[in-house]
Design a protein around this ligand. Structure first.
Ligand code: ADP
Ligand code: ZN
Length: 721
């Protein structure tokens, strides 16, 4: 094995300054020869976890991937970094395949990409061939495909169960973004991994802003957004094939570069659309959920949901296609509760009540999320079993202005509707009744009641908000059951008698996420020129532009103006190979621009940076830290753990800090909300995010250094989340 410190290797081969999430510890474990299972969200950076070991280990790494369409891209990207990679699949001619097999035999290939069925093709011929080679590692990408419990089971993957029989001594790394534990367990069993080390990264996608907006005139809302994001690429998800076509058509009419994509199109047509999107020739894709698995485009800046997804898994996966490059991106759901009712009607699985119920429950959770009065990110992470703070600072809730409004009269109207109709009706009926709906659903006798129609002046969705708030504040009750009716409680009766005032907390939505102001100042004209030269190189090499360098790399160049090759090396995304291969072309543009505009380099301002936006270069977690955290999760408090392990309290506190920074551990659990809020407020006020002494001096005696460190870690998480 080559003696490269792995940080150096990361910069040399891939041009990155820091590891993300668990990358470092995963790579170290793979290099130590153990089996590994790595669970990381989409865009988390799974590929490096086997690609870096592959170049450092002697011999060949076999990468199993289900998506033939993606192999070429991955191999192109590796080759653009000077790494010898190849793939074998049915898109290659026999002659091409033979050339590659010969190269593999001669030890000229470090990474070989294969589809699972290929491995066991032609009897055992191929496996036997691999047996003659020095195989150092198997990487199983999208490993959840082996599990029937996963969301994307592929029978071809089952063949991989035999892998360990043929190659008992070759370590295996299984990678997936699948969050559920049944699938994870199944993967370990099916692949027969040997005492695997399992690494689960946080599912927090810190660079994605989550936004939910009431759906009114959805098309206009989308245009409103797109108008402000003219140069960005993105995906618009909608539920029906017909609407993908009609929306894309309307977008084109008003001058947008859009195309549609759905499963009813022919294969060729679909790959054309996909490719054109990958290459930035098409900016906007309007698609059904069929568009996804194959998308590996790093610079998707927005994912808009025209219709509500059917479950949180889908929502997370679809929004997750935004911002794989780590730059700020938006996920916006245009939501109306009517869409949920529509979906509910179609959700039945014939002759399978159990599955129907599961799907219905998932849809209800989606509804709950969309209507949730709290931090969206927190909801998402809790859904996937992660603890997280109640404030993220980058979702519509955390960014909205909360408005307090007295609404006693409205509350009286709805409550009197509840009593007058005998406490037997649900929210929708009561609202229709209040609004004087002419619908036949309203019982004729009810139309005679005085309350009928007294709520006409208020729109339906506003009534819904009011009722939801009354429920949340326990000012009215709702029965359980299939047709949940509203019932009065003591508080309701007080309101009706005028003894209790009702205040609603209403969110005044801001239109979009404000640009977070830490974005570095770049030279837009220069960025344009750099994009142009990148496009030219990409065309010459016949690969998508981002394979040459990513948008974030261009942005860094346009910001820091590296005017020497040493400077260029400090830009994230420039490994040594890319500096020598593409450096001269970019350098020419940079130097000319600097000379014309009399600018000097600002590269000295560039601190070896933390990976932008993604909650990343977290120091790798040592076993002793993990042990303390595990004990904490079992219910021991810090003092218990310190006693149990014979350590100082401060040592245990230090152990837990990284878990707070990564969002796995909520600081409230350690020091309580009041303390935390107070210290965080002080951190914001003074800017002391690292030094603890100045804070200690300002705080009451009983606040310990440990409390301060914990709050600082929490602040760090919040800032990046
Ligand atoms: P995944 O397979 O987990 O969805 P990828 O491996 O495709 O994610 O990585 C997503 C993006 O992040 C890619 O553009 C990749 O080059 C980039 N990336 C991965 N690791 C790092 C890192 N340590 N620093 C900067 N960028 C990274
Ligand atoms: Zn939030």
């Amino acid at each position: 094995m080559k003696q490269y410190p792995i940080h150096k290797a990361l910069k040399h081969f891939f041009g990155y300054d820091n590891f993300r999430l668990n990358q470092q510890v995963i790579i170290e474990t793979v290099l130590s020869g153990k089996d590994v299972m790595a669970i990381m969200p989409t865009g988390g950076g799974k590929s490096i976890c086997y690609q870096l070991p592959a170049v450092l280990l002697d011999g060949l790494t076999i990468v199993i991937s289900p998506l033939i369409a993606l192999m070429k891209d991955q191999v192109d990207a590796l080759q653009a970094n000077g790494i010898r990679a190849a793939y074998l699949n049915s898109t290659l001619s026999n002659a091409e395949q033979n050339t590659i097999i010969a190269a593999v035999r001669n030890g000229e290939v470090k990474l070989l990409y294969l589809a699972p069925e290929r491995l066991f093709a032609s009897g055992m011929q191929f496996v036997n061939f691999l047996g003659t080679l020095p195989c150092s590692l198997f990487a199983i990408d999208e490993a959840h495909c082996i599990s029937q419990w996963g969301h994307d089971f592929r029978p071809e993957y089952l063949g991989l169960s035999a892998l360990k029989q043929y190659f008992p001594h070759v370590p295996v790394i299984a990678l997936t973004a699948s969050a559920d534990t049944i699938t994870q367990k199944d993967i370990v069993e099916k692949l027969a991994l040997h005492q695997p080390q399992v690494f689960i990264s946080s599912f927090n996608r810190a660079n994605i802003n989550y936004y939910i907006q009431p759906k009114k005139k959805a098309f206009e809302q989308i245009i409103h957004y797109l108008d402000k994001h003219r140069n960005d690429s993105g995906i618009i998800y909608t539920l029906s094939r017909a609407s993908t076509e009609s929306i894309a058509g309307k977008l084109k009419e008003v001058g947008y570069n859009a195309a549609y994509y759905h499963a009813g199109m022919g294969n060729d047509e679909r790959s054309k659309v996909q490719e054109s999107f990958q290459r930035d020739d098409t900016k906007i894709i309007v698609a059904t959920i069929a568009f996804g698995m194959g998308i590996d485009k790093p610079n998707v800046r927005f994912v808009l949901h025209y219709d509500v997804p059917k479950n949180m898994e889908g929502y997370y996966q679809e929004t997750g296609r935004a911002g794989r490059d780590g730059l700020k991106s938006d996920a916006i759901l245009y939501y109306s509760s009517g869409d949920i009712s529509k979906l509910m009607r179609f959700i039945t699985v014939e002759n399978n009540a159990a599955q129907t119920n599961v799907l219905k429950k998932k849809l209800m959770q989606m509804k709950e999320f969309a209507e949730y009065e709290g931090c969206r990110r927190q909801y998402i992470l809790q859904y996937f079993g992660e603890r997280s703070p109640a404030y993220c600072g980058s979702c519509d809730y955390c960014l909205s202005n909360l408005e307090h409004r007295v609404a006693t009269v409205e509350a009286q109207k709805i409550l009197s509707a509840v009593t007058r109709t005998g406490e037997r009706y649900g929210v929708d009926y009561l609202i229709d009744f209040l609004r004087g709906s002419a619908s036949a659903k309203i019982i004729p006798a009810h139309k005679e009641i005085k309350t009928y129609g007294i709520g006409k002046d208020i729109k339906k969705d506003e009534w819904q908000t009011i009722v939801k708030q009354l429920l949340q504040q326990r000012l009215v009750d709702m029965e359980d059951g299939a047709y949940p009716a509203l019932k009065l409680n003591d508080a309701s009766r007080k309101i009706l008698r005028g003894e209790l005032e009702v205040t609603l907390v209403l969110k005044k939505p801001k239109e979009e996420v404000a640009e977070i102001s830490t974005a570095p100042q770049h030279h837009p004209a220069l960025l344009q020129e750099l994009k142009e030269i990148r496009r030219e190189i990409a065309e010459q090499e016949n690969v998508p532009a981002y394979i040459i360098v990513g948008d974030n790399t261009l942005l860094d160049m346009a910001t820091y103006l590296p005017l020497s090759f040493d400077g260029l090396r400090r830009i994230s995304g420039f490994g040594d190979y890319k500096v020598s291969k593409y450096g001269p072309a970019f350098m020419k543009v940079l130097q000319a621009y600097a000379a014309d505009n009399k600018l000097e380099t600002k590269i000295q301002l560039k601190t070896p940076k933390r990976e932008r936006a993604v909650k990343t270069d977290k120091p790798s977690i040592s076993n002793t830290q993990r042990t303390s955290f595990d004990l904490f999760k079992e219910g021991y408090d810090i003092a218990d753990i310190a006693a149990k392990r014979g350590m100082a309290v401060s040592t245990v506190e230090n152990h837990l800090i990284p878990f707070i920074t990564s969002g796995e551990l909520n600081a409230i659990k350690l020091i309580g909300k009041a303390k935390l809020d107070e210290i965080v407020a002080l951190i914001k006020q003074t800017g002391h995010t690292i030094a603890s002494k100045p804070l200690k001096d300002l705080l009451p005696e009983e606040y310990s250094y440990g409390d301060i460190k914990i709050a600082q870690a929490h602040y760090e998480w919040m800032k990046d989340a």
